[in-house]
Design a protein around this ligand. Sequence first.
Ligand code: C2E
Ligand code: MG
Ligand code: MG
Length: 565
Amino acid sequence: MTDEKRQAFYELFVEMNNCMTQPDPKDFDRDYFVDILRRICELFGIAKGVTEFYQSFKDEEEHNGEVLIDYDNGHGEVVVIKRRIITRFKGVIIGTLLAAKDAEPLDEEEKTKLDQVLRALLAFISRNRLIRVVEKLGYYDEYSYPNLRHFYRYLGEQNEKGRLKEMTIACLNLRHFGLINQEIGRKLGDVVMKGFFDLIKEACGESGCVCRMGGDNFILACEKVRVDRLLDVTAGSAVAYDAEHDKRVLVSASVGLYNVADDFVMDGPGILMDRVMTAVNMARQGVEGNVIFYDDRVRDRKQVLQRLQSEFPKAIQNREFHVYYQPKVHVETGELKGAEALCRWIKDGKVVSPGDFIPALEQGVEICELDYYMLERVCEDIARWLEEGRDVVRISVNFSRKHLVETDLLEHILDVVEKYRIPHEYIEIELTETTTDVEFKDLKRVVMGLRSEGIYMAVDDFGVGYSSLNLIREIPWHVIKIDRSILPETEADANCITGLMYKHVVSMIRDLGMEVVTEGVEQKWQVDLLRDTQCYMAQGFYFDKPLPVEEFEARLRKSFYGLFL
Ligand code: C2E
Ligand code: MG
Ligand code: MG
């Protein structure tokens, strides 16, 4: 190696090191760096430099990685040096230098110098990759969606730039995504979710940020002017999952939003998150639509909810919750065939209806406690009626879907029933339709389990929301309760589409061998319709409202309703 060449090498090597060791990685000048490498290659007669990066040994074996040609003058024919290093995260980086077949051979010192360059280069790549790997591990989830930490970092940056007040924060929950998964399979479900995510991202624009919080929940921030576009997407968008066969599925989301106020001062993401979460929880319930903006009214609602939740333990201890019984009547014989237990909160002498407190309790775990409490009171009543020698009928108790995640739901229900020695055929459990596939699996297990113990199982509110035929095809229910929204409201309706639908739903359920109950029967002609349609069980104000226990006891003479027919 000549002195001249040695000198030139040292100068280039220092330049290369300076370039690689910028204190701020953002200042790294890639073009300049590649130019230094080119000059080093030319100095040593190297024709081509290649670096390869693999995330794992397996990827290396399968040649599944990134291959970068750092320099190539078209004559790289023989390998001069090849180095392979393993990174801390078990990634593999390989550097190869090639020369032309007829190039002047390098002496030992020259080879050592080139090796030095290659090692420095690989160490540099490894460190940079490391930063990227760490970024990826910390700010993205396992499906490569940006995560909540990513979102918090973004909020912090926007706050520093004083841009928060131009923004809207929103939380989305995909609607019925479990059913989509069920219908097209999980793998394509993932494709759909990504497709929908991309639409949301596009609506939020370059300046926005969309992250996944887990499951089918997303959080985002975008400029206020973009909200209309965003809501267009969330209202319902067709997302392709099989372009070749032009297959699409409609995806929509419940959305909670907060328009950041002009005078909002951010002290961590807590308050912003709290506001959008409150709004999205309301949106998910859907009582006031699927899009809820956080405002004073929402704040007040939340306070009512918190108050209810805090009053609950005392109320249950003081036995302020009472069972009212609503009879189910056979429309041909007028016999009392059963009753539904419905909860009433008698608070300061006033009767509070479930609509005013159940949705609040359903946001926490309180609802589960209430349901067991109701079951227990029902068992107490049945035990007393049996003792008094009354003609007892089957009583149905509502169980919130929230119970489905309890692993001991089955045992818990049986324990209560056993405690009062109630013959199982007197107990029926009503569960509402379910929309997620995780729940669907649990639902099936619970229904089969209780059924095998001789407890009756019913689907409540069939026909509202997103009825799934899978629900009744795959799960062996005893009873389907048709929601009153399916029952025609006027005699004119009875002869139109509503009437037709009602009749077909009843006959389908009967054909499947299940018992049908129609809820919300208020008028005589509806009773006649039920009879014509062969739905023999009716529940509704026409016969009785939910009754306090003493009044209901008077109905336990089976022919009471004969006069109404
Ligand atoms: P649900 O289980 O579908 O109960 C039927 C509701 O329809 C009852 O309302 C009943 O009073 C009402 N209803 C019955 N017949 C008629 C009619 O002819 N016309 C009209 N317009 N309405 C009628 P309620 O008692 O206010 O209960 C509302 C909902 O609250 C129930 O709907 C049920 O989902 C829930 N709920 C009540 N008690 C409990 C409970 O102990 N646990 C749980 N998890 N939910 C409960
Ligand atoms: Mg019910
Ligand atoms: Mg119902």
